[in-house]
Design a protein around this ligand. Sequence first.
Ligand code: 4AD
Ligand code: MG
Length: 430
Amino acid sequence: MKTSITQAGSHVGEEVTIGAWLANKRSSGKIAFLQLRDGTGFIQGVIVKSEVGEDIFQKAKSLTQESSIYVTGVIKEDTRSPFGYEMDVKDLTVIHESTDYPITPKEHGTEFLMDHRHLWLRSNRQHAVMKIRNEIIRATYEFFNQEGFVKVDPPILTGSAPEGTSELFHTKYFEEDAYLSQSGQLYMEAAAMALGKVFSFGPTFRAEKSKTRRHLIEFWMIEPEMAFYEFDDNLEVQEQYVSFIVQSVLKNCQLELTRLGRDTSALEKITAPFPRITYDEALKFLHEKGFDDIKWGDDLGAPHETAIAESYDKPVFITHYPTSLKPFYMQPDADNEDVVLCADLIAPEGYGEIIGGSERIHNLELLEQRIKEHQLEPEAYKWYSELRKYGSVPHSGFGLGLERTVAWISGVEHVRETIPFPRLLNRLYP
Ligand code: 4AD
Ligand code: MG
């Protein structure tokens, strides 16, 4: 009977066949240990010469790394491995013999691994990160569906720029100019006026000349937008959502977290509500900590965010940033027009900002004034302004960066390992 590695647990004591690749092997004169992977998981195959005979044993011993095979054997419980099962191999058939697989069990440099990303994805660690990414995506759909949100897909080719014009990928759209979307937000606001509570999940593009461990040129964003939600309502959705995905990964990805050596006790603490501090309070805290250079009106850099995050064991909201630091669409605070009703959510353990969000301007005159101040082309934002002309309502939303969230939850240092094929400043291959 054909089965897969994840299904092994329901076949204990039975003889099954699994299509697999040889990840690694160890052998002596009498016994060989095959590290097998089939995409669904990893299992050890044990092959004993005195049981299978000389021919089959020699076939196993001469297997090369990443050769594809069908292995047949009996599934046994194995309390020593975190997976819990192994296979007592009886027979094997080689499907394709692999030669000179470049990624050997020894250490390789990052650039070498990145050049071989198409193969590196097969490794134990990359497999675990991709499974966690998948669980976060699955939990995202579960959370927003259960909360009554409708999934809406904004366009990728756009004529407007929500987050400022300096980081746009430009392209020709026949005779017109177009940009690759840097955020679906403006379209999601239109969708919220039609469907109430909406969310998007799609690729976004930033021509940022940044080479940090938090920056990708192409990344995936989840962007919810809610009609009639004000500033505080927005933060509540965010803390509920982030807690939900962390708890889902803890529940459904124990094996992967173990393989990555992730400290899960830090993740168990991630439950709503999350702490909140204002930008002013953040500045006061930073001055007390000896960051003398930063003054009111300056943006917070990675070291600042990390210093703040270190005082909490949950993600922390930094709210009410100076208006001058933020995009044109953010609603000013009624008590202090110099700041806006926005929040960045900073992940613990130095992973930085994972969410940017705000209440949006719903007054037409103010929005038109801001479009002018930011020297945006009013014609390109005509449709967006019109949302404030026909039954304008307070509304709010946010964007969660998937890769930074995967990095934090997986405990992986750099975002390049959290997306199958990262697009980086100097890398378009593979
Ligand atoms: O803070 P950002 O720029 O916010 C927006 O784009 C809003 N329009 C979202 C909204 O309100 N609908 O980006 C949101 C998040 C960041 O917090 C970060 O997690 C991620 O997107 N992000 C990046 N991730 C990887 N590489 C980059 N270059 C990123 N830029 C932003
Ligand atoms: Mg931001």
